[in-house]
Write a protein that binds this ligand. Structure first.
Ligand SMILES: [Zn+2]
Length: 108
């Protein structure tokens, strides 16, 4: 698997994890239809992202490719799940961190 595919996969896993944390906290089930739709939307954005190789998180991306409706929803998800994420899945967060460090080294 090349870097691009690997990062896409990681980003998708992360988004899905964050949305499921959010859904559990707000909708009391593990992934309601609304949240599933949001995951599908996010996955599509990731597939079409031209910057996937160089960026870390979608939330830090300078290109806001989400439409208004989905952007507001994903913002709520990031806010809620972001701070919980590090305890729930430190390995994924750690991988993201090391990836961004590697990228930094490569460009400087
Ligand atoms: Zn939900």
């Amino acid at each position: 698997m090349n870097v691009k595919e690997r990062k896409k996969k990681q980003e998708k896993e992360l988004i899905e994890k964050m949305i499921s944390i959010y859904c559990k906290g707000h909708h009391e089930i593990n992934l309601c239809d609304d949240c599933k739709e949001l995951i599908n939307y996010a996955n599509q954005r990731i597939d079409h992202c031209p910057f996937i190789e160089s960026k870390t998180f979608c939330s830090q991306c300078k290109v806001h490719c989400y439409d208004h409706n989905h952007r507001d929803r994903i913002k709520q998800v990031m806010k809620y799940s972001g701070k919980r994420m590090i305890w729930v899945n430190p390995i994924v967060v750690f991988r993201h961190l090391t990836d961004s460090l590697k990228n930094k080294r490569r460009t400087t």
